[in-house]
Design a protein around this ligand. Structure first.
Ligand SMILES: Cc1ncc(COP(=O)(O)O)c(C=O)c1O
Length: 364
């Protein structure tokens, strides 16, 4: 299978081998050194000196961790949403009783920092801004540096970097991000199962008075255990082995090269899909370097196309989510991916497209 969805992403053989290593004592010295090495590696990609906590869980759990550690029920927050995952961040905040002011845009658009600034001036009481860096459902990347300048320290800035960090440049400390979240199954070329969450000193300070209920996701416990090279609960040891190896591979390639590879493959994907008759979703300045979303050519049945790709060509791509179901395809190009992998997608599309035309309504 040529797995070209925006996560889980394929795992390089070295990483697969690392993840099958024998178990170790998660309260022993080997694990402590493993955890410290992975956390230090991650800090270089988040560009932060802040703590990064690893929890067994998925990206959504990390979003919940961010909310429950920073806020109290009733706190006003500005939820900036440009798609399904931005909506999810807002929904989690609502589930914990926060007072959510929502800034939403039409799917395919990006968040305008000028509008963020205007909303914050209109609502000076806002304690936190929630925003998605890369919206995986629409293939659009927000300009977090510009949004952070608009927030200007007025509120905590919580960034869903689940599908971006490790593949797109990120600068937590330089930009002034307080909490950033990412998942092992995305840019990190590792299996799903670990969510990584950073917490700035400001976020840890907010935690001291935040009263949202929390137990599993409690940063205070995570912090206390991390100081001894441990995690509060049993960690996903195999996934952390994988992450350690994947980080070595990423470091060997080099950060700038990793970012450039994603940028080039995204440009190539947009060019090839356009040539096949697709229309790229999103404004040209904000199209994602990790996943390309594209409107189907006229008359093509999206569900049929994705099915044919999988069944007849062994190529797995994604369709649209929620209101975009059947209207777009999404091609993932993050993590362990090269041009030949993507050529496999375009070749298969070339053959599958003519067979994926919607059946015309029966003539009378
Ligand atoms: C941007 C973004 N946020 C959050 C999530 C949710 O992550 P998970 O499915 O690991 O809970 C995803 C998953 O695709 C995502 O892409």
């Amino acid at each position: 299978m040529n797995l070209r969805i925006p996560g889980p992403t394929p795992v390089p053989p070295e990483v697969a081998v690392a993840s099958s290593k024998e178990m170790i004592d998660h309260r022993g010295p080997e694990f402590a050194s493993l955890l410290r090495s992975v956390a230090a590696g991650l800090q270089r990609w988040f560009k932060t000196a802040s703590d990064i906590y690893l929890f067994p869980g998925s990206g959504t759990g990390g979003l919940e961790a961010a909310i429950v550690n920073c806020f109290s029920p009733g706190d006003p927050v500005l939820a900036v949403s440009i798609g399904v995952f931005g909506d999810r961040f807002a929904a989690i905040a609502r589930a914990f009783g926060l007072n959510v002011i929502k800034y939403g845009v039409e799917y395919g658009r990006y968040a305008d920092p000028v509008e963020v600034r205007r909303l914050l001036a209109q609502h000076p009481e806002v304690k936190g801004v929630l925003v998605t860096h890369n919206e995986t459902s629409t293939g659009v990347t927000n300009d977090i540096a510009a949004i952070a300048r608009a927030v200007a320290g007025q509120a905590l800035l919580l960034v869903d970097g689940v599908s971006s960090i490790g593949a797109l440049p990120f600068d937590q400390d330089g930009w002034g991000v307080d909490v950033a979240i990412t998942g092992s199954q995305k840019a990190w070329m590792s299996p799903p199962g670990v969510v990584m969450v950073s917490a700035s000193p400001r976020a840890l300070k907010a935690m001291e008075t935040a009263t949202c209920p929390r137990f599993y996701w409690d940063f205070a416990k995570a912090r206390q255990y991390a100081q001894n090279g441990q995690t509060f609960t049993t960690p996903a040891v195999s996934v952390i082995f994988a992450l350690e190896r994947a980080l070595q591979l990423m470091e060997a390639e080099g950060q700038e090269q990793v970012f450039a590879r994603h940028r080039e493959l995204a440009a190539y994907t947009r060019e090839q899909l356009t040539a096949l008759g697709f229309r790229i979703m999103g404004d040209a300045q904000h199209t994602s370097d990790v996943v390309t979303a594209a409107w189907l050519p006229e008359g093509v049945d999206g569900k049929k196309l994705v099915g044919l790709m999988r069944e007849e060509h062994g190529v797995v791509i994604s369709g649209g989510q929620q209101s975009l179901a059947g209207k777009i395809i999404r091609v993932g190009h993050l993590g362990w991916v090269n041009k030949a992998d993507l050529d496999g997608v375009f070749q298969a599309l070339r053959q599958a497209l003519p067979k994926a035309m919607a059946t015309p309504a029966a003539a009378h």
